[in-house]
Design a protein around this ligand. Structure first.
Ligand code: ADP
Ligand code: MG
Length: 251
């Protein structure tokens, strides 16, 4: 289901690092409930674009609106409030390996329940129950009290997804969420990520550098090259051969 409301809206977004134009005037609109892949080769500006969406990077020019917030103008408490509404998933999972799986998931609720908290029992019971529910959803309820660092890469990314969900986000941003995983695990983690986002009616923007993953798992593909949008189409209208030609052949 795709509502009309624009959740993400960038206009004329430009960002340079020295002589490199990482974003060369990007207009991107993502509507509520969409799952969008930002697809492109390494260095095409995918991560930079994504980082603008929760204010981790500021543009040189252009506007960025996310969940109704002017991200370029927002600072301090307004930016923190926006970030609480945006769940993030990273390539390297970013769990605290020496803490338990449960503690890592619970940290997703830190925006709602003030910390610091030492140990699981210091969290409100309702939040613990909710964390357990999310962990069950990603298939890892039986690992709750294991050290996060002892899990496999695929399991760690599932924990990171549960953590992001505990935030009760409206938008999920994932930067190469499966790039560190073997192909089979990558497919199962993409399946999970897209499924939970759809179940919860969340909007999802995910950077990917593999054509097949984008075609299989997302509904819309935005293709970037050298910081510019070169393609923006619904996945079912795209031809894999043409897409591979666009992304894998020229220099
Ligand atoms: P992608 O995620 O598609 O691989 P990035 O957004 O990471 O691309 O990078 C786009 C371009 O901007 C690259 O040329 C990269 O080297 C450059 N770049 C990105 N972040 C920085 C930074 N913090 N400092 C300098 N250059 C950067
Ligand atoms: Mg990147």
């Amino acid at each position: 289901m795709t509502g009309e409301e624009a959740i993400v809206e960038t206009r004329g977004l430009e960002k340079a690092f020295g002589l490199v134009l990482a974003c060369a005037g990007i207009d991107l609109t993502v509507r509520r409930g969409e799952t969008v892949a930002l697809l492109g080769p390494s260095g095409s500006g995918k991560s930079t674009l994504l980082r603008h969406l929760n204010g981790l990077t500021r543009p040189d020019k252009g506007s960025v609106r996310v969940l109704g917030v002017d991200v370029v103008a927002a600072k301090g408490s307004e930016l923190r409030a926006l970030r609480r509404r945006v769940g993030v998933v990273f390539q390297q999972f970013n769990l605290v390996g020496r803490l338990t799986v449960m503690e890592n998931v619970l940290s997703g609720a830190l925006g709602r329940v003030r910390g610091p908290r030492y140990g699981i029992v210091t969290w409100p019971k309702a939040v613990r129950a909710e964390a357990f529910e999310q962990l069950d959803r990603v298939g890892l309820a039986d690992r709750a009290y294991q050290r996060a660092g002892s899990l496999s890469g695929g399991q760690q990314q599932r924990v990171a997804i549960a953590r992001a969900l505990l935030q009760r986000p409206e938008l999920v941003l994932a930067d190469e969420p499966v790039a560190s995983l073997d192909p089979e695990t990558a497919a199962s983690v993409m399946d999970l990520l897209v499924r939970v986002c759809r179940e919860d009616g969340l909007t999802m923007v995910c950077t990917l550098h593999q054509v097949d993953l984008a075609l299989t798992w997302t509904r819309r593909v935005v293709g970037l090259r050298m910081g510019a949008v070169r393609l923006d189409e619904l996945t079912d209208r795209l031809d894999a051969v043409r897409l591979r030609g666009l992304y894998l052949s020229d220099p």
